[in-house]
Design a protein around this ligand. Structure first.
Ligand code: DX5
Ligand code: ZN
Length: 218
C-alpha cells in the first residue's frame, strides 16, 4: 500500500469542504490533526469540525491526537466520525488499555512516535496495532523541516513488522515534501501525511496529483 494522506492543518478550514470532492478523486484518506495546547504548544480543532466534515465526504478519517490523556476523548472522536485514531505513546497512562479502548469503539488504532521518542517504545504493542505514525520532526506545527535522523526509525519499524509478519501500516508525518517523499516510501512508509505540500498554495487536488506522479504511485 502506498498513499498520501492530506492533512488539513495547513488548509483554509472554511474552504476545505469545497475541496473534498476533488481530493476524493486523488486519495482515500484525510488526516485530521487535533492539538490541545498542552501536549503540543498549539491548538487546532475538535469534534464539531470533524463531525461537520464527516457529512461531506466518504474519505477515511485518519485522526491524529496530539493531546494529553487522549483516553478521555476516544469515544467522542469515534462518534464524530473518525475511522482511525492515533495517539502518542507517551500521552497514555496505559498504552495497551488505550489501544483496546480505541478498538472497542470500532476504529482502527495507531500509535505515534514523536521526534524525541525511541521507535522501540512501540515494539511491544505492534501485534495489537493497525498503524505506527513516525513523526518527521516535533509534533505540533505544519511546514517544518524533516529531521533526516528519523528515516532510520522508518526502516527499523518496517523491518520489525516484516519480521513478525504483522499487518501494520507505517505512516510518516511532518516535513513530507516533493523532494523527500520517494525516499520515505523506499525506507518503508506505506502512508505519507502531507500538510503544506498539499494545501499551502495552488489547488490541493492538483498538488496531490503532482506528488503522486513524483513518488510513482498509481
Ligand atoms: C503536525 C501534524 C502534521 C502536519 C504536517 O504536528 O501532525 O500532520 O499537518 O504538516 P507538514 O506536512 O506541513 O509538515
Ligand atoms: Zn498529523
Amino acid at each position: 500500500m502506498k498513499l498520501i494522506a492530506p492533512s488539513i492543518l495547513s488548509a483554509d478550514i472554511c474552504t476545505v469542504a469545497e475541496q473534498l470532492p476533488e481530493l476524493e478523486n486523488e486519495t482515500e484518506w484525510l488526516h485530521l490533526d487535533v492539538m490541545d495546547g498542552d501536549y503540543v504548544p498549539n491548538i487546532t480543532f475538535g469534534f464539531p469540525v470533524i463531525k461537520s466534515l464527516r457529512d461531506k465526504t466518504r474519505l477515511f478519517f485518519d485522526t491524529h491526537l496530539m493531546i494529553a490523556k487522549p483516553e478521555r476523548y476516544f469515544a467522542r472522536f469515534a462518534e464524530a466520525g473518525s475511522n482511525q485514531i492515533t495517539f502518542h505513546a507517551e500521552t497514555a497512562s496505559d498504552i495497551g488499555a488505550a489501544i483496546r479502548a480505541v478498538k472497542v469503539l470500532g476504529c482502527r488504532v495507531g500509535l505515534a512516535v514523536n521526534n524525541n521518542i525511541d521507535v522501540e517504545t512501540v515494539f511491544p504493542f505492534l501485534p495489537e496495532l493497525d498503524l505506527v505514525l513516525v513523526m518527521g520532526t516535533d509534533a505540533g506545527f505544519g511546514g517544518q523541516e524533516f529531521n533526516e535522523g528519523n528515516i532510520e526509525k522508518i526502516r527499523l519499524i518496517k523491518r520489525k513488522i516484516l519480521e513478525e509478519e504483522l499487518d501494520v501500516l507505517v505512516s510518516v508525518d511532518c516535513g513530507v515534501n516533493a523532494q523527500n517523499g520517494k525516499r520515505l516510501f523506499a525506507a518503508g512508509a506505506d502512508v505519507l501525511v502531507a500538510g503544506s505540500a498539499v494545501f499551502a498554495e495552488g489547488s490541493p487536488a492538483e498538488n496531490l496529483r503532482e506528488l503522486k506522479k513524483r513518488f510513482g504511485i498509481e
